[in-house]
Design a protein around this ligand. Sequence first.
Ligand code: ADP
Ligand code: MG
Length: 652
Amino acid sequence: MSKQPLTFLRGVGPERAAQLARLKVFTLEDLIFLRPRRYEDRRHVRQIADLQRGEAATVRGKIVAAGIKRFARRTKSVFEFIIDDGTARLHCRWWNMPYMEGAFCKGDDVLVYGKVKDLKPRIMDHPESEIVDSESQDESVHLNRIAPIYPLTEGLAQRWLRALIWNSIEGVLTAMAEPWGGAISNPSQAEALRTLHFPENIRDIEIARQRLALDEFIELQVAIRARRRKLCANATALPCRGDNHLIKPFLAALPFKLTGAQTKVLREIREDMSEGEPMRRLLQGDVGSGKTVVAACTALMVLESGHNVVLIAPTQILAEQHFNTFERWFKTLAVDVELCRAGQRTSMSTTPTISALNRRITVGTHALLEDNITLERLGLVVIDEQHKFGVAQRETLVRKGRYPHLLVMTATPIPRTLGLTLYGDLDVSTIGEKPAERGLLKTFLRAESDLPKVWEFLRKQLAQGRQAYVVYPRVDETDEGDLKSVLTECRKLEKLLKPHTTGFIHGKMKAVEKEASMTRFRDGSLKVLVASSLIEVGVDVANATVMIIENAERFGLSQLHQLRGRIGRGTHESYCILIAKAKTDDARRRLSILQESNDGFRIAEVDLEIRGPGELLGQSQSGLPPLKFGDLRTDLRIIEKSRELAAQFESH
Ligand code: ADP
Ligand code: MG
């Protein structure tokens, strides 16, 4: 019965049903899961005489006057009623909503909730208001209780909706089965839903929310587990432990030693790839923690075992860079490295003829997803900077081969709450330590008025042979007048920084142009690269030690952290200078976190708190279902519990 349409209820016709549909309430069950957006404690209605300026409060009184005032040329109007509760009078005003006049009359008993704007006279602008009528139900449903306030849409009245839920809730609850075979009590879901709508005290509301969030997260975890099972169903993994005949010479020739963290992660990966099930592993490590070399070693294990490898990068520039790196690293090994360019299917190789005997690593962008590219004997798919891909895309990739192992890498340190939900189907390895011999990275927050000094500093660094990035939020001038742009500023900097050479790169350039700029910067013929946030991911030029980001207030914290990850990669000390028009203290405080902390996890957590998961991960991550009760900012404990329970429920 709980899936019945709403018209099943008395008093709900097609018109009401259409209004409720706009709130995404289609069935009886939807109605019972409609979350109030706030509550009003009407057991303690305030006296008008006691109201303080600026506070939000609920008061109740009789309308003693009501009317509409129009202003010159009739472009503006205000509807006002005045209520009296025996202690004082309160003016309630609605601007430019003349139709309000029909809704209230002198003599009506009303409840209003709003912010007190003024005390002489007492005024509330656009308060939420509800007429109290003399029906007997009123006392118990709408008054003298903690009343739920629901989201509304045009034509839908608060008390009508509240009465509808009040009248139908018990019937619907009786018809609904407790989820998870009733295994969770205290509160049960039915109890939680009762409390959600008609709580007996304020404290219980959060307990009810947590219970409903738990249900939501368990459902999500069950779906994640099902997805993983489906991917691995009947999948016999390719044994890819390797025998070290490639890794050994590779590590010996590498100009550095692997860190403890890298070695630990490689051990986890090797174990995974020797098992019966294909590996599904997320490798997370802050920018600059050295994920690429881990990917290389993983690739070598697979190549040693006689299978081929595909590496997917989110941008062509990055694909290019990985290709160059691997080509250099694998030069002396019997391994073909090929680059698959976006748009064209021609590929290059280190060896002029691709030997059928050689194992091969193919580097490319998501163009590799296109169906007509066949990848034979595919043993491993590595996806770099996974946060730039969606969950759905990841699955397409993995279906590509028969059942290749999967290594997904990300530098957006994902707060645990998100990790457990978005990546719940992956095992997680973390590189928690950066290579030691790094120059320090210092971050400074500066105002626009400091720019002359900043350019001076930049010239000094350039004179010492270093290179720099200067980043702008826009590519070219737009209507958003006060934002600086790559193209305009590049022209200015060219003059300002002479004789040092300046070039630019941004997302609107053709692939070959981007490559050309990047190559010139990498080989040092460009000293300064003026860039859009395009360079956010992966780019690795060790001699670049200065990054100046203008209009820094326009970027997210995690994005700024990614950007500055481009420097501090060599042994020289590096400087990130954020130029911000921090209008508010909030904006300043937000940015100052970057000054204080170099810990990507901490920054991501702050970012999540401030901006929410959608923003943090970008649009592509919309793989996350909308949560009604769960809150990724706060619900780590509940998510962990939901994981345990999901596993438990499944094994029964
Ligand atoms: P990210 O994790 O951001 O992808 P990279 O793999 O690009 O980082 O590595 C950053 C830089 O650190 C590269 O120049 C890489 O060669 C270097 N690097 C990686 N591992 C080590 C190590 N163990 N010791 C010293 N340098 C390292
Ligand atoms: Mg990288």
